[in-house]
Design a protein around this ligand. Structure first.
Ligand code: ADP
Length: 267
């Protein structure tokens, strides 16, 4: 597969990565959308085999700034997938019960079962992102978490889960336009949250937090993919391509029947 994501070199800053880039893609939006539709057919077939095989598990982690396109990506990439085999887990502000536990508790409770794809719409990474930027815990507490997260994810992988982590990268101008659209278009008003404006003022702090989180937790077994996400058609195509490639490598198989189908006749 061609590389359709951005990499973060040792000296790079995320804010310097071009959120409008289209790595690995030549051509326009229309062709990308068409190819995404073709890839979705493959995804549906692979997901059915994953579900039938009922052995392997796939965890997809989606992180982004507000308006980064997490919901849209889920809607477009996974539309038509058999709902029995897929689940979306949202991670909002922790409840009292969740806060009474360690921060990984609510994530662990929602990881995929055998045969399932689970999408984390936000995730345990909020505990080194929003929590860090807003100083909800002391620095020494969130700094220790990178190691916990690496260990947690390695454990999941050792126990049969494939993990793909996506950071949907938009830039500050794109966020302004998307937030403004939520004010200008009545059908989008419900998405507007004044709290997002408060977080927007901390943009640079968020970029640093993402940068550290990605550097500290990018591993061979649970890699991060930085997807330039200003252009939605590219974002969808890139995420879809990586997913189909990963599922293809998982190569789920229909289970062999433990009976001879030819020897049975339905009257
Ligand atoms: P979304 O913005 O993903 O569509 P919501 O509007 O429900 O969903 O927002 C969820 C909010 O919860 C976000 O502002 C996010 O930063 C916040 N959040 C998630 N996890 C935590 C956490 N562990 N601590 C504090 N806030 C969190």
């Amino acid at each position: 597969m061609k590389r359709c994501w951005l990499t973060l070199g040792r000296k790079d800053h995320i804010s310097e990565l071009d959120a409008s880039a289209t790595p690995g893609w030549r051509g326009g939006a229309a062709r990308a959308r068409k190819q995404t539709d073709g890839l979705r057919d493959q995804l549906l077939g692979l997901q059915e085999r994953l579900f039938a095989e009922s052995r392997q598990k796939l965890l997809v982690v989606l992180q982004a700034m507000d308006t980064g396109g997490k919901d849209g990506t889920i809607r477009r990439v996974f539309s038509g997938v058999n709902p029995n085999g897929i689940r979306v887990a949202r991670f909002g502000r922790p409840s009292e019960l969740e806060l009474a536990h360690d921060y990984l508790w609510r994530a662990h409770a929602r990881v995929p079962e055998r045969g399932q794809i689970v999408i984390f719409n936000r995730s345990h990474y909020e505990d080194v992102l929003v929590v860090r930027v807003n100083s909800l815990v002391p620095e020494q507490t969130w700094r220790r978490r990178y190691a916990h997260i690496r260990d947690f994810e390695r454990m999941l992988v050792d126990e049969g889960t494939t993990i793909l982590k996506f950071y949907l990268h938009i830039d500050r101008d794109e966020q302004r336009e998307r937030l403004q659209a939520r004010l200008d278009e009545p059908s989008k008003n419900w998405k507007f949250d004044e709290h997002d404006l408060v977080q927007r003022r901390k943009w640079d702090d968020y970029m640093l937090a993402f940068e550290d989180a990605i550097r500290e937790t990018h591993t061979d077994e649970a890699p991060w993919y930085i997807i330039p996400a200003n252009r939605k058609w590219f974002r969808d195509w890139a995420v879809m391509s990586i997913l189909v490639d990963a599922l293809g490598r998982m190569d789920p198989q229909y289970p062999k029947p433990d009976f001879d189908p030819g020897s049975i006749r339905v009257e």
